[in-house]
Ligand binder design. Structure first.
Ligand code: ZN
Length: 151
């Protein structure tokens, strides 16, 4: 188990040092801001859709390594999937984080995001790991409400 946590730690550090899909890009459909006051993490996230598929997610994040690395791993999963597929991914990730270590993620499905399983043991850090994921949920919701208004 010790080896596994070391491996997970390496994954988190790698994402923190070289964040995937980082930076704020054009074009985008919606921009949201997320904060996690308990830790001081902040994120600005942009979403670009193509039909019901997530075409791009770009972001500028400040704060702890867990929040930034988790956002980086999230973008690997989110870009290219549909809104419904992302909703399922985020539901499973949230359930794992709130499961206090009892729930494991499917590595084939979650890729590097399995590295955040250790965070489930630290309830104070759950919001750090969720920040990027929850911000993308917000962005998707605001796109949805906008398209409902247009129709
Ligand atoms: Zn944090």
């Amino acid at each position: 188990m010790a080896d596994l946590s070391a491996l997970y730690q390496d994954i988190i550090v790698d994402h923190y040092r070289a964040k995937h899909h980082a930076g704020l890009r054009q074009p985008f459909d919606v921009e949201v801001n997320g904060v996690n006051p308990s830790c001081g993490d902040e994120i600005t996230l942009r979403l670009l859709m193509k039909g019901d598929r997530i075409e791009d997610v770009s972001y500028q994040a400040e704060g702890c390594s867990i929040s930034q690395a988790s956002t980086s791993a999230m973008t690997d999963l989110a870009i290219g999937v549909t809104v419904d597929e992302f909703a399922e991914l985020v539901a499973g990730f949230r359930e794992m984080l709130e499961g206090q270590g009892k729930i494991q993620l499917d590595e084939d499905r979650y890729g590097d995001a399995i590295a955040f399983e250790g965070v489930a043991q630290f309830p104070a850090r759950v919001k750090c790991a969720m920040l990027g994921w929850a911000s993308l949920e917000d962005a998707l919701k605001s796109i949805h409400s906008r398209s409902v208004e247009e129709n």
